[in-house]
Structure formats: structure tokens, C-alpha cells
Design a binder for this molecule. Structure first.
Ligand code: GRG
Length: 294
């Protein structure tokens, strides 16, 4: 299969749906809707929504029915990036190749744009109840809210902030990654499968796939911060080192980190292949992620 064509096709579908779910720029108060749209339509790869749809397809679901849940994941992801870039956190000036949200709209509006996207995500999720049985929708909401909150992404961000400027143990790094980065990937894979009515065996296998993918993605992200091209990445490189961030290359060395990423992605691909032909895009998706340069 042509994974680039698959990703481009899904990306267009997700962006069309996002455009429908987000309030228009001319809706009052205009500035907040402009700020939300500014970051949502800044050129993200849409990895989490595509993963959610591919996971649903892997167990026989229809990806078009997944759009509210898929877009909800992208809204949560975008909120986290806006808040992560704030002066109180990473204090970054560029994201996705453009000035960060607070640089354009000011800090107060950036905080509110993040808040509004997180809230809109859960409103959008309620639309799943038009298509799927309520027990599945409830389950998906529980998965996504846990993954985004203090037991997931927010918790990982807290541990990351607390680790800044000191050497962390392997267990701490594992905790930071599995919560800050992997939790949303795992929730995307799981909620797509849950909504599509996956069996418990399929759900277990897809959860493992999501964990390996999340780890491989984060290690690759850390490596790109060292070896990547800032023009392609759309943000400055070397920032992990400058901020003394807890990263896989810092703890294990670059060579071992590269080998770890390869190993994790191989495990994810093997799981996807074992799930049968409908899961083929998941295997290609992993391959694409590990060789990405942005
Ligand atoms: C502020 C609650 C809160 C959480 C922030 C996501 C996050 C936690 C921080 C972002 C910083 C970072 C480098 C995280 C690890 C990897 C990551 C999430 C990278 C960005 O994801 P991509 O590559 O981005 O999917 P695009 O721009 O393509 O959507």
C-alpha cells in the first residue's frame, strides 16, 4: 500500500471535519475562535486522529464514523501544544513553523484557546452517541479523559517539569514518556477500537501496539531534536539539551536510543501484521513514523 497517499487522504478528511467542528472565525468573541483555528490549522501531521481511524479499520470499523472522536484527539493534542509553548512552561517561540499561539494572541488568549479546545473536544465526543451504542461512547470518553488528565498527559508533563535540570532515572523517563506522549497515542488506538466494537483480544493487541508506537515516537522525537533539520521540523532543534530535558539520547546515548526506537517500532509492526490485512495501515503507519524527518 502507498502509506503517503493513505495519510494524505485521511489528513484531508480530518481537516475538513475539524473545520466543521470548530466555531467560525467570525463568531463572537472572534479573537478566541481565531486563536483556536490558528493553532489547529497550523500544519500538524494529524497522527492521533489518523491512528484512531486506522485502529477502527483494523477491527472492521468504518473510519468515516470515527471523525468526531478523531477530531477530539487532535483538539486535545493542539491544546497541549499551545499550553506547552507558554512562557510558564517551555517558553517556545515557534511551533509547526509559525510563531506560537501566545506570540500572536498574547498569553491570556493562548491559555483560553487551549482551554476552549480541550472543552470542545469533549463536546465533539458526545456526537459519537448519534452513531454508536452509549456504553461504547462512555468507555471511549473515560479512556480519553484519563489519558489527557493528571493520570496521563498532564501527569507526564508535571513529571517532566519536575525533572528539568537534573539527571533522571530510567524509571522516571519511562513514566514521563508513557504519560506525556504515549497516553494520547494509546487512547487514540484504544478508543477507535472500542467504538468499532473490538474483541478483548484485539483491544489488548492494539494497546500493546500503541505503547510500542508511543515509545518509538518519543525516542525518534528526542533524536530529531539532536539530528533533525529545524526548517523541516518547524521549530528550533537542540532545545532539549539547552533546557536539560530528560530524553532517551541523554540517558542512553544516541546510538542506543536509535536502536531502541528501531526495536520498539519492530514490535509495533509485528503486532499490526498479526492482526491481519485490515491492520496493514497500522504497520505502515509505524514504519512511516520511525523514518520521519518532521
Ligand atoms: C501542557 C498539559 C500539557 C501537556 C503538554 C504534548 C506535550 C505535553 C508537550 C509537547 C512537547 C513535546 C515535544 C512532547 C512530546 C512529543 C510530541 C507530543 C510532539 C508533537 O507531536 P506531533 O509530532 O506534532 O504529532 P504535530 O505538530 O505534527 O501535531
Amino acid at each position: 500500500m502507498d502509506i503517503k497517499e493513505y495519510l494524505a487522504n485521511k489528513k484531508t478528511i480530518v481537516e475538513t471535519a475539524l473545520n466543521e467542528f470548530l466555531p467560525p472565525e467570525d463568531m463572537k468573541p472572534e479573537v478566541i475562535h481565531k486563536a483556536m483555528r490558528y493553532s489547529v490549522f497550523a500544519g500538524g501531521k494529524r497522527l492521533r486522529p489518523i491512528l484512531l481511524m486506522a485502529s477502527a479499520e483494523a477491527v472492521g470499523g468504518a473510519s468515516s464514523e470515527m471523525l468526531p472522536a478523531a477530531c477530539a484527539m487532535e483538539m486535545i493534542h493542539t491544546y497541549s501544544l499551545i499550553h506547552d509553548d507558554l512562557p510558564a512552561m517551555d517558553n517556545d517561540d515557534y511551533r509547526r513553523g509559525r510563531p506560537t499561539n501566545h506570540k500572536v494572541f498574547g498569553e491570556a488568549m493562548a491559555i483560553l484557546a487551549g482551554d476552549a479546545l480541550l472543552t470542545l473536544a469533549f463536546h465533539t465526543l458526545t456526537l459519537c452517541s448519534k452513531t454508536f451504542p452509549l456504553d461504547r461512547v462512555n468507555w471511549a470518553v473515560a479512556e480519553i479523559s484519563s489519558a489527557a488528565g493528571s493520570l496521563g498527559m498532564v501527569g507526564g508533563q508535571v513529571a517532566d517539569l519536575e525533572a528539568e535540570g537534573r539527571v533522571v532515572t530510567r524509571e522516571e523517563l519511562e513514566f514521563i514518556n508513557s504519560n506525556k506522549t504515549s497516553a494520547l497515542f494509546v487512547a487514540s488506538v484504544r478508543s477507535g477500537a472500542i467504538l468499532a466494537g473490538a474483541s478483548s483480544h484485539q483491544l489488548e493487541a492494539l494497546t500493546d501496539y500503541g505503547r510500542h508506537l508511543g515509545l518509538a515516537f518519543q525516542i525518534r522525537d528526542d533524536i530529531l531534536d539532536i539530528t533533525g533539520d529545524s526548517t523541516k521540523l518547524g521549530k528550533a532543534t537542540g532545545s532539549d539539551f539547552r533546557k536539560k530535558k530528560a530524553t532517551f539520547p541523554a540517558l542512553y546515548g544516541l546510538e542506543e536510543a536509535i536502536a531502541m526506537a528501531r526495536d520498539e517500532s519492530k514490535k509495533a509492526m509485528e503486532i499490526a501484521e498479526a492482526l491481519g490485512s485490515n491492520a496493514q495501515p497500522l504497520a505502515f503507519f509505524m514504519e512511516y513514523l520511525i523514518s520521519r524527518d518532521r
